[in-house]
Design a protein around this ligand. Structure first.
Ligand code: SF4
Ligand code: SF4
Length: 411
């Protein structure tokens, strides 16, 4: 490994990551919840009766406001309640988020609020590791039942296979059988998959067969020039697949790694969030987005974007700013183009996603779970710390630097 790279120790990496996450408000959930929130809760236009733009979710017929809640990073029930009060109706969670506590929190909140029939709940089940198809199906169904129990409901509106990134994994027989069974038994109204990488190919494969009702996909301003992806999204939507966008605000990478301190201060302004969120929502093929907000300010800002999708002159200026475009080079698009660049076979895209959860979201549970999903032969233990790392990002990400960070975290 090159000596020119300074390796952070675990403590340094965690404090850097936490400082970064705190700078974008991701750690406010650690504040004393209720008092903090009520003091900070701004009045949103939604409270005065305005409604967010609504769209139909493909062939499901479900109509949703364009802004939903990605619950992954939130562990504060009051934030969920406030979201509902402000008009949010779709809540996206997963079997693995916060080791199940995320689903449990949602179940408790909706039971207390007696609003289960007014909300749309989506959860994701990870593909089981078993090679035996029957066992994989049974395990998937068992996890789905666990999710329903945690969510205190007899059905979810959408259930996804979590994290599909290869075309051959879009229709695994064991899991499509399990999904069909969940639908038949009334445990899931609609079925789909989530995809973080190789999205265009996975979307096209789903559009080809028509098995899926919905797809949750990464889509954000970093993909602005990715015609293959926008064509695939339009194609899937034209076949009646409901499309939901995640990672819409790119986890703010652009001002954490790409800009000077002065510029970072400038770009921490609220305008960034509304501009990039609106950029996604101005694509009609996207029904709704699930931004992972964790504070009242972020919630209010996201809802306000959903109330008026027109770009203000400031927002236009921001999106046109070359510095913003350059800085977005530091966001890992999960394009998988580095997938075979490590001669030892390390799973670089998954490692880079692990890094994103840790360093940017400050969500070490999710980072750990993502890392645990990488097979042993393709994880950090595989990395031989070569003098000169041959893993290459086709954009501007320093893969060796991020691998060093992960070693500090998990080593
Ligand atoms: S590290 Fe670069 S090449 Fe690899 S998935 Fe991320 S953006 Fe793509
Ligand atoms: S990621 Fe691969 S190429 Fe890079 S240092 Fe590790 S083993 Fe070497």
């Amino acid at each position: 490994m090159s000596n020119s790279r300074k390796r952070l120790n675990r403590r340094e990496f965690i404090s850097t990551a936490l400082a970064g996450a705190a700078s974008v408000g991701l750690l406010n959930r650690l504040a004393p919840a209720k008092d903090f929130i009520e003091a900070a809760a701004p009045v949103s236009p939604a409270q005065s009766g305005n409604k967010m733009t609504e769209r139909k979710l493909g062939k499901t017929g479900i109509v949703l406001p364009v802004v939903s809640m990605g619950v992954m990073n939130a562990d504060n029930p009051e934030l969920v309640k406030k979201s509902y009060e402000l008009g949010i109706r779709h809540f996206d969670t997963a079997f693995g988020y916060m080791r199940g506590r995320n689903e449990e929190m949602l179940g408790k909140v909706f039971t207390e609020m007696k609003c289960r029939d007014k909300v749309v709940i989506a959860t994701k089940i990870p593909p089981p590791g078993q090679r035996d198809a029957q066992k994989a199906k049974e395990e998937f169904l068992r996890m789905a039942d666990t999710s329903l129990k945690r969510l205190q409901t007899d059905h979810v509106d959408m259930i996804y296979i979590h994290d599909v990134s290869a075309v051959e994994n879009v229709h695994p027989a064991a899991l499509t059988e399990a999904l069909a069974q969940l639908k038949k038994e009334g445990k899931a109204r609609f079925v789909g998959f989530s995809t973080h990488s190789n999205m265009a190919a996975c979307l096209n494969e789903a559009a080809r067969t028509g098995f899926y009702d919905v797809i949750l996909t990464s889509f954000n301003y970093a993909h602005a020039e990715n015609k293959e992806l926008s064509d695939a999204l339009a194609n899937a939507a034209s076949k009646g697949i409901g499309l939901i966008a995640m990672k819409t605000q790119c986890s703010q990478y652009w001002y954490r790694e790409g800009l000077s301190n002065v510029e970072q201060m400038y770009y921490q302004g609220a305008i960034i969030q509304s501009a990039v969120l609106k950029w996604v929502l101005r694509h009609d093929f996207i029904t709704t987005a699930v931004p992972g907000y964790t504070t009242y300010e972020q919630l209010s800002e996201d809802v306000s974007a959903g109330l008026n999708l027109a770009l203000s002159s400031e927002e236009k200026k921001f999106l046109d700013d070359r510095k913003v475009k350059l800085a977005m080079e530091f966001y890992c698009r999960q394009c998988s183009q580095c997938a075979s660049s490590c001669p030892k076979g390390a799973d670089i895209p998954s490692l880079m996603r692990t890094h994103m959860y840790a360093s940017c979201y400050g969500n070490f549970y999710q980072a750990r779970d993502t890392y645990d999903g990488i097979s042993r032969e393709r994880g950090l233990e595989t990395c031989a710390s070569c003098d000169s790392c041959r893993a290459r990002c086709v954009h501007s990400i320093s893969i060796p630097k991020r691998i060093d960070d992960l070693k500090a975290l998990f080593g």
